[in-house]
Design a protein around this ligand. Structure first.
Ligand SMILES: Cc1cc2nc3c(=O)[nH]c(=O)nc-3n(C[C@H](O)[C@H](O)[C@H](O)COP(=O)(O)OP(=O)(O)OC[C@H]3O[C@@H](n4cnc5c(N)ncnc54)[C@H](O)[C@@H]3O)c2cc1C
Length: 497
């Protein structure tokens, strides 16, 4: 028998080096491993998960970032592709009611997946809100279908082909030319309802006055499909995905930072590990936040990109949860428009910020019943506009503001009831996860930075170099970065084939 290679036999799948074990990197690694590539991940932190990480405070574990999960089918699909069942790895529990909004004038709005309950709640803010809700649902359901069937799941770089997938009626439905706030206003004249439903924009780019109307699918997605929390906290989901990755043969090396992506002409050649070796690499998938990746690992100038806000996060171990405080409570400012303007263009910490308090169940059974966890997230301008901040003073003022706003809304928490505290400023977020300009959610989802206009998931300059995660397509949030992992694997398959 001849030992010469058969010219017709398919080329073996080349090994892939993944930089970063955020959920985007893990998802890409799983999809690529399932496609037949040997995959090795290098993660600079001691634990995988990226922003969805875990920290210990007096022996109690806190989720660092995400506190809520939507679109559970995205995670189920990841496991199904590997021939596994998500439910065998982690249990997702519905959060109900979903979110409560509080205003400084004492008004409160609680959202629910229960349509009748929601209808009654909205009627308290707007006569005939029930009928408006039905019209909103019918419209947003169609937007949601278009987004999830025709826009989000595709690698398409040309805007004509991207939008060409839509019929004229579908394109009209996207409401790309209208702001999210105005789009909500078509259904809800009540400023309270628009402010509540519009506040989701905070996580995608900053402002409902700037994000396209398509993003009315965010509140719709939550109201129609629910919010979820894994039993054991968000990190239990990360552990499940890490376990799946390892079971199928993905190698994960933690506490191992990549210092540089090395190229040879227009091809990727190797990655240089911090203080260690240079490893040859034919295919590299970079999960480092895209603008940080191009500046820090490729040495390119900073790209011109509008970034989403930074955040200050407080982790509090408290004696008891303030009475009546649900899982997720959002405190909106008196001057809603002004607060968002500050977030996008102001300098320094906002004087009257929107913020939210999450009260997750303690993740481990060892937590004494008299200890409860509270997590507070305050969006802020990004780091380049926080250069004058005296952090000691600013954090104390911010904490006073948070406790005062909670008190005004009927949730009493005295400073003495906070038994232990940890605070992460935008500097901490930037340094731990290499977030560009400290932006918590990556590139903003403005009209010129979505779909074919968002940073691509492959390098146009360096062959063999790919990107995955929140600043590429389809965007930020846990389900989106998991989809981003599938998209990059499909992109590689189309290039390598
Ligand atoms: C405070 C906060 C709250 C949030 N809340 C929610 C929520 O409730 N629900 C939701 O769906 N989403 C939420 N998000 C968004 C969500 O967390 C992110 O969109 C998602 O986790 C980003 O995943 P990623 O894979 O793109 O990037 P990351 O999680 O940032 O992962 C990138 C990884 O690369 C590693 N890395 C960086 N540089 C190097 C290097 N040189 N070498 C090796 N490794 C490197 C990093 O350490 C990190 O582990 C929240 C985000 C934040 C910050």
């Amino acid at each position: 028998m001849s030992s010469s290679p058969n010219p017709r036999s398919p080329r073996p799948h080349p090994p892939v080096t993944v930089i970063g074990a955020g959920l985007g990197g893990l998802s890409a690694a799983i999809h690529l491993r399932l496609a037949g590539h040997p995959v090795r991940i290098f993660e600079r932190n001691p634990t995988p998960g990226g922003r969805a990480n875990r920290l210990e405070l007096n022996g109690v574990s806190f989720d660092t970032g995400p506190t809520l999960l939507n679109y559970p089918w995205v995670f189920e699909d990841l496991f199904r592709r590997a021939g596994r069942n998500l439910a065998d790895y982690v249990t997702l529990l519905p959060v109900e009611p979903t979110v409560t909004y509080c205003w400084p004038d004492g008004r409160r709005l609680t959202l629910s997946r229960d349509r009748e309950r929601l209808r009654q709640e909205l009627e308290g803010f707007q006569d005939g809100a029930g009928a408006a809700l039905d019209r909103f649902f019918a419209d947003a359901q169609e937007k949601f279908r278009i987004a999830f069937e025709k826009l989000i799941p595709r690698n398409e770089d040309h805007f004509l082909r991207y939008f060409g997938a839509l019929s004229l009626a579908e394109f009209r439905r996207t409401a790309l030319w209208r702001s999210m706030y105005r789009e909500l206003g078509r259904f809800f004249p009540s400023r309270y309802i628009c402010e509540a439903l519009g506040s989701y924009a905070m996580y995608l780019g900053g402002s409902p006055f700037q994000l396209p109307g398509t993003f009315s699918i965010l509140p719709y997605g939550e109201l129609a499909h629910g919010l979820w929390l894994p039993r054991g906290g968000i990190y239990a989901l990360v552990e499940a995905i890490v376990r799946l990755a390892r079971e199928i043969g993905v190698e994960i090396e933690t506490a191992c930072a990549v210092e540089r992506i090395l190229t040879d002409g227009d091809r990727v050649r190797a990655v240089r590990l911090a203080g260690k070796d240079t490893l040859p690499a034919e295919l590299v998938v970079c999960n480092v936040d895209w603008p940080s990746a191009v500046t820090e690992l490729l040495g390119e100038p900073p790209p011109r990109l509008a970034m989403s806000p930074a955040v200050v996060t407080y982790y509090w171990l408290v004696r008891e949860r303030p009475a009546g405080l649900g899982h997720h409570t959002i405190f909106l400012p008196g001057d809603y428009r002004g607060a968002f303007r500050h977030l996008l263009r102001g300098r320094g910490l906002p004087p009257d910020p929107a913020f939210y308090v999450a009260a997750p169940p303690p993740p481990n059974n060892t937590t004494p019943a008299s200890r409860q966890l509270l997590f507070v997230l305050v969006p802020t301008p990004t780091l380049s506009r926080l250069d004058q901040v005296d952090w000691t003073q600013a954090l104390a003022t911010l904490k006073e503001h948070i406790l005062r706003r909670m008190f005004q809304s009927g949730f009493t928490l005295s400073p003495a009831a906070i038994l232990s505290e940890r605070i992460w400023t935008p500097h901490d977020w930037q340094q731990r996860f290499r977030l560009f300009d400290g932006s918590a959610f990556g590139a903003a989802h403005t009209l010129t930075q979505i779909g074919p206009f968002r940073p691509r998931n492959y390098s146009r300059r360096v062959r063999g170099l790919y990107f995955v995660g929140g600043s590429t397509n389809p965007g930020a949030g846990l389900p989106m970065v998991v989809i981003s992992g599938r998209l990059v694997a499909e992109r590689i398959a189309s290039h390598v084939r």
